[in-house]
Design a protein around this ligand. Structure first.
Ligand code: NAP
Length: 246
């Protein structure tokens, strides 16, 4: 699973196709969509138009909580819209009616067994809800996609995931960040990058998957271009210190 992917929420139609195509051209190999984003068809078309072989792209989609009970049909619709025979990761988008919902988790595991999803996981689940699934089936979600950003940094929560063998995938890295914060601006200047690149790199240095969304070609490219620098322990600690949680 590439650590940096392209988020696609709030992009549809040609705008979405252009952004995804550009992302693949500049080197992204990880795309995050969902049934609820209504852009799976656009994401699938952009992959085909890009000429990048399907098997080189890590594609995530998500089951809407309201589709609990119709899991398989919903996945079939996703696969048809994406124009692919499998997704790399299928997530429950949100706990259905606020519950972990074992029956839905079992449907995801069945889809994985049938090869329709290479990996399965959840999104917006608490550690207690992860435990409900693990205790009942002995199988941990491979990923939990949750809001993550310097202001939300919570080492205990990261540890909760690590101990259960669940990959922490962060979402909304920028929406939850003041990109003009002096700490980010100063560290960015030191490395001759942008504060947004510092935020992406901070995820990478913590081994947290990050999926920034952009419809802007220069930003799409910049958000992936974070391997030319790294943050030292002192810089990481200062960014960790922007957390609102303790
Ligand atoms: N599982 C869930 O419940 C859930 C919830 C929310 C999001 N997600 C996923 O996570 C992805 C990312 O989260 P998000 O879309 O909420 O927000 P985000 O990626 O934190 O922020 C997107 C916003 O940041 C701007 N931006 C992008 N690159 C920038 C840069 N280099 N400098 C300054 N601004 C920049 C974008 O503007 P432009 O587009 O105009 O460039 C857009 O307004 C989503 O697209 C979706 O795939 C999942």
């Amino acid at each position: 699973m590439p650590l940096v992917g392209l988020g696609t929420w709030q992009m549809t139609g040609r705008r979405c196709q252009a952004a995804v195509r550009h992302a693949l051209e500049v080197g992204y190999r990880h795309l995050d969509t969902a049934t609820m984003y209504r852009n799976e068809r656009d994401v699938g078309r952009a992959i085909r138009d890009s000429g990048v072989p399907r098997e080189q792209v890590f594609v995530t989609t998500k089951l809407p909580p309201g589709a609990a009970g119709r899991e398989r049909r919903t996945l079939d619709d996703s696969l048809r819209a994406l124009g692919t025979e499998y997704v790399d990761l299928w997530l429950v988008h949100w706990p259905p009616r606020g519950r972990a919902l074992l029956s839905t988790w079992k449907e995801l595991l069945a889809a994985r067994d049938q090869g329709l999803a290479r990996a399965v996981g959840v999104s917006n689940y608490s550690p207690a809800q992860l435990d409900e699934l693990i205790d009942a089936t002995g199988v941990a979600p491979q990923v939990n996609q949750i809001p993550w950003a310097p202001a939300l940094y919570d080492p205990a929560l990261a540890d909760d995931h690590r101990r259960r063998g669940v990959v922490l995938e962060g979402y909304s890295p920028f929406k939850n960040t003041d990109l003009r914060h002096p700490v980010l601006v100063e560290i960015a200047a030191r490395h001759q990058v942008t504060p947004a690149q510092v935020v992406v790199r901070w995820h990478v240095d913590h081994e947290v998957v990050v999926i920034p969304k952009s419809a802007t070609p220069e930003r799409i490219a910049a958000n992936l271009d974070v391997l030319g620098f790294s943050l030292d322990a002192g810089e990481l600690a200062r960014i960790d210190g922007l957390a609102r949680v303790s």
